[in-house]
Design a protein around this ligand. Structure first.
Ligand code: F6P
Length: 572
């Protein structure tokens, strides 16, 4: 988002930050040479890194690790966590060259633009002010100042009323179960945090998450629930997302079939949305609607009313701690010098690994059952944000942007996919995430489990780094694999807030380096549009012209359905 260096026409926003004016799509000639200034790969700093990556001497990780001060020099103490990047394939020269690239991309000015509320989401002309959601009262910029606090007060109030039993269902019984209906950014964050905190804080009421449109998901969320004691929260920024709308409508039918009382909806359905009108049309009274704003992107919305299930499940105090942890990371990100800036270093290591050392994927390996949903959450955060192929001015990128992010909980992964990490042919990078202590494992009898967890995490990164030379080539492990280890002090709400904000800001820095818009997601729209006519065709409605492959699939499924119906008719 180095607006200053783009040759796109600019205008001024209220904070005096120059904003590129998007060009109208059809006017751009397809053979137009990309604007050189928008391309990071034309910068001398990029070329310097290309030269460094070609130097084989600069890649002997095991050798670097013999130096005693390697850990001190290549780790950072961040709020509630340590970031160890001593097993990354960088030395001081390479890190300095990466920092030069960040400076050439005007990183500090871009960070200020983010926090100041400049419309960094240039294709939608929006700010990305998720940091305002966790700023101390009165410190939010612009419009956020007047709306964030009152919303937090309302959220804490409903959470307390539900948890204390003051808010009751239509027959006067207290709420025992929450069903959160939402998908993507309106689902992944709350479920991750609730799952991570339940072992310490318990969950009262119980929380169920319904995201997928597959009716198996609906069935599993509702089975065993009592409508008299169930509270539904429909969470959708747009209130138009197919999955959420369909699940919410089915949940409402389920509720009405059992209660027969439309008026009861007011005590059993809440909404979180930026589209209050649509929520009202759905039948949710306005006093049950908690707002979102267009300056909060879906995948950055956990800190807003989208996090209501966290408040309901584990309490407003835990949610406030989550915000405090994220804010501490914001403060670090905004004020730390670039060379000690955790999110930036993380982003630069990712750029180094994927753009210069050829990593095609990034593995997220939480050695914590409680963080097992972290890879899913980060898949949306990182891949939806930075899976892009045009620069801010619309010119094509000629470098790779976000690599595939994947992962899974340790130690399970060691017995499944780690073989490929140790002996496969693909270059990758990885983050190990561990907790120094696990509050959930305090009884003496469980301590060994936690120690084994840590021992395995450290052993895996060690094996990936050092490898092993053997006479038998089948037993050789090459090593020299780039990994970081994040050590969380504990799995507290504060530490989780800090960890998630760290990744958010990493994503932003990557976007700045690659000069792409990390805050839109136009690519997901096409599939949504194409599904509409296919839905009708599956139902036997007249077919719009379809490609042969899609037509073949639709016809095959319809034939199979017809065969099944015929068989069922025979049995009747
Ligand atoms: O389809 C992608 C997406 O728009 C995500 O960006 C978003 O988090 C998710 O769908 C859900 O959107 P909404 O909150 O509007 O239902």
């Amino acid at each position: 988002m180095d607006f200053a260096s783009t040759s796109t026409p600019t205008q001024r926003c209220s904070s005096c930050w120059p904003i590129p004016v998007p060009k109208k799509e059809p006017k751009r000639k397809s053979n137009k040479a990309p604007n050189r200034e928008s391309r990071p790969d034309t910068l001398p700093e990029w070329k310097a890194l290309t030269r460094l990556a070609a130097d084989p001497v600069g890649q002997a990780l095991t050798e670097w690790l013999q130096r005693d001060n390697r850990f001190e020099d290549f780790s950072l103490q961040l709020p509630a966590l340590l970031m160890d990047y001593s097993k990354q394939r960088v030395d001081a020269r390479i890190l300095n060259a990466l920092l030069d690239l960040a400076r050439a991309r005007s990183m500090e000015a871009n960070i200020e633009a983010l926090f100041g509320g400049a419309p960094v989401n240039v294709t939608e002309h929006r700010a990305a002010l998720h940091t305002a959601l966790r700023s101390p009262a009165g410190q939010q910029p612009g419009e956020a100042r007047s709306v964030v606090e009152p919303t937090l007060v309302r959220l804490a109030s409903i959470a307390e009323r539900v948890r204390s039993g003051k808010h009751r269902g239509y027959t006067g019984r207290a709420v025992t179960d929450i069903v959160h209906i939402g998908i993507g950014g309106s689902h992944l964050g709350p479920e991750l945090v609730v799952e991570a905190l339940i072992p310490i804080h318990g969950s009262d009421p119980r929380c169920h998450f319904l995201a997928n449109i597959d009716d198996a998901a609906l069935h599993s969320a509702l089975t065993g629930l009592d409508p008299e004691t169930t509270l539904f929260i429909v969470v959708s920024k747009s209130f138009g997302t197919l999955e959420t709308r369909t699940n919410a409508e089915s949940a409402r039918s389920w509720f009405l079939e059992r209660t027969g009382d439309v008026a009861a909806i007011a005590r059993h359905f809440l909404a979180v949305t930026a589209n209050v009108e649509a929520a009202r049309a759905f039948g949710i009274p306005e006093e049950n609607v908690y707002p979102l704003w267009d300056w909060v992107g879906g995948r950055f919305s956990l800190w807003s009313a989208v996090g209501l299930p966290i408040q309901l499940a584990v309490g407003p105090e835990a949610f406030a701690e989550l915000l405090r942890g994220a804010h501490q990371m914001d403060e670090h990100f905004r004020t730390a010098p670039l060379e000690r800036n955790g999110p930036l270093i993380m982003a630069l290591l990712s750029v180094w690994n994927s753009n210069f050392l050829g990593a095609t994927s990034h593995a997220v390996l939480p050695y914590s059952r409680r963080l097992r949903l972290l890879p899913d959450y980060l898949q949306q955060l990182e891949m939806e944000s930075n899976g892009k192929s045009v620069h801010l001015d619309g010119s094509a990128v000629r470098i790779h942007t976000m690599p595939v992010l994947w992962g899974g909980e340790g130690t399970n992964g060691q017995h499944a996919f780690h073989q490929l990490l140790h002996q496969g042919t693909r270059a990758f990078s990885a983050d190990f995430i561990v907790c120094a202590s696990d509050e959930a494992a305090t009884p003496q009898s469980l301590e060994a489990h936690h120690r084994w967890l840590l021992a395995n995490a450290f052993a895996q990164s060690q094996a990936m780094m050092s490898g092993r030379q053997e006479a038998d080539p089948h037993r050789c492990v090459a090593g020299n694999k780039a990994t970081s280890t994040l050590v969380m002090d504990e799995l507290s709400p504060f530490a989780i807030g800090s960890l998630l904000a760290l990744y958010e800001h990493k994503v932003f820095c990557q976007g700045v380096i690659w000069n792409i818009n990390s805050f839109d997601q136009w690519g997901v729209e096409l599939g949504k549009q194409l599904a509409l006519p296919i839905f009708d065709q599956l139902d036997g409605k007249p077919a719009r012209q379809q490609d042969a492959s899609t037509r073949g699939l639709v016809e095959y499924v319809r034939r199979r359905l017809q065969e099944r119906r015929n068989q069922e008719d025979k049995h009747v």
